[in-house]
Design a protein around this ligand. Structure first.
Ligand SMILES: *Cc1c(COP(=O)(O)O)cnc(C)c1O
Length: 449
């Protein structure tokens, strides 16, 4: 066996031969971004709204929406979207447990609570078949996440929501620019809200943005956390009397250095994510015939896409590789130089004690119960797909450029590890007790620095 054929884990040559830092670096920052930031600094208008208003207009035009409203974080944009949808005391939202906490946790501060539904095994988005039986008279909205870029089944979710008179909030933090059957994500529900922080595919620093075609939702989102814009032009009669101060007691204005970067990033975004899409699809196309792994991407020809492929993952089918643990599998890939390959994704929210026993506001009982007319706590074992996902998925390299010769090295790493899986079975320590994390860490760039 030559050193090239021997697994790197056992002393062979790694399949990935160099660092390829430029392939993973994100966002792409040029002199255009630098000049835009300097202009804000020099104008002394970091806390103004002139640049932000331009960014909002351009963002709304991009998505062909009537309104866009910028925020200092994605968390704040989703919080405001919830308030805008009139979620309040005793209300329930239905959302996935398999997501980052800011899809859901803000609802506690509005006096409501999340009710978790399971996700589909293939898309990892909210399972339409697990929603309806969870709806009560207190349910106000469904919060959908296009998890790790894969569009949720919006047709079926919208149909359920309309039939039950529920609002739909799309959390687009993983999927800016992605399509569902040809339609831009974030434009299908009543309101789309999303993170624009640096780890995401639309990356501008810290920031978030909300889009909607509903004037009342837009105005309530302004009123909640944008006091300086809560003024004369507000037309909602309910909101008018309280203009001038933020109804939520929050200040959510975007820093103008972020909106300046956002304007530049937006100009190049479609073209840059098209490159990512080509690169990622090229990667998966080379691996289609291999046992043990499956792509997490919608089928070609569906009209759906992965946007900027935020935090791309693949499925692992241990049975097809003799029961090899995903932990050992990723260890071997990492040894081959595929540093970004590690097992798991988000830990399920319903397994965190904040959704069980935490009394956050001094109710004398868990907030989860205090904020609902019933005990909506989820025990372990209640969301089958969600609870078993962390041994089924692993992070894959997030290529930012369509460079076949480099991607081929990673393909080779996968081929090599899968071709030699039997050698890995011998000293397989298995998986640790806990897999996954509370957040998807942004791209691990290299283990060779
Ligand atoms: C990142 C993220 C958010 C929160 O956005 P921030 O900008 O970090 O506040 C919300 N939902 C999901 C799914 C996210 O990944």
């Amino acid at each position: 066996m030559s050193a090239h054929d021997k697994l790197a884990l056992f002393g062979g040559h790694p399949a990935v031969r160099s660092d390829h830092y430029e392939m993973f670096k994100w966002p792409i920052v040029t002199e255009e971004d630098e000049a835009a930031v300097l202009a804000v600094l020099r104008s002394g208008n970091m806390s103004g709204t002139d640049v932000t208003l331009q960014f909002e207009q351009e963002f709304a035009d991009w998505l062909k929406m009537d309104f866009a409203l910028a925020f200092n974080t994605g968390t704040a944009s989703i919080h405001a979207a919830m308030y805008a949808c009139k979620i309040g005391v005793g209300d329930e939202i239905i959302c996935p447990s398999l997501t980052y906490w800011a899809t859901a946790l803000q609802v506690f501060s509005l006096g409501g609570t999340p009710v978790f539904a399971d996700v589909e095994a293939d898309s990892l988005g909210l399972d339409p078949d697990d929603i309806e039986h969870r709806i009560t008279e207190r349910t106000k909205a469904i919060v959908v996440v296009h998890y790790m870029g894969y569009p949720a089944d919006m047709d079926r979710i919208m149909e359920i929501a309309r039939r039950h008179n529920l609002k739909v909030i799309e959390d687009v933090s993983h999927a800016q620019g992605g399509l569902y059957k040809g339609r831009k994500l974030g434009t299908i529900g009543d309101v789309g809200a999303m993170s624009l922080m640096t780890g995401k595919s639309f990356a501008i620093g810290e920031g978030g943005i909300l889009v909607t075609n509903d004037r009342e939702i837009y105005e309530r989102a302004i009123a909640f956390g944008h006091y300086e814009r809560y003024g004369a032009h507000i037309v909602s009669e309910e909101l008018k009397p309280f203009a001038g101060l933020p109804l939520g007691g929050y200040k959510f204005r975007m820093h103008q250095m972020s909106s300046a970067v956002g304007r530049v990033q937006l100009k190049h975004y479609e073209q840059r994510i098209a490159q990512i899409d080509k690169a990622m699809n090229y990667f998966w196309d080379q691996l289609e015939d291999l046992p043990g792994i499956r792509a997490h991407r919608p089928s070609s020809g569906s009209g759906s896409s992965m946007g900027g492929w935020y935090s791309p993952h693949g499925f692992y089918v241990s049975d097809e590789l003799g029961g090899l643990s995903i932990t050992r599998f990723c260890e071997a890939l990492q040894a081959e130089g595929a540093a970004g390959c590690y097992p798991g994704c988000n830990l399920p929210l319903h397994q965190h004690p904040i959704f069980h026993d935490a009394d956050l506001y001094g109710h004398g009982k868990p907030t989860r119960i205090a904020n609902s007319a019933r005990d909506v706590r989820f025990e372990a074992g209640s969301l089958d797909v969600t609870e078993h996902v962390n041994v089924r998925v692993f992070a894959i390299p997030w290529f930012k450029h369509d460079k076949a010769s480099i991607i081929d090295e990673y393909v080779q790493a996968f081929r090599k590890v899968i071709g030699h899986y039997q050698e890995l079975l011998e000293m397989d320590p298995g998986n640790p007790q806990q897999m996954g994390k509370w957040n998807l860490s942004s791209a691990v760039i290299s283990n060779r620095h």
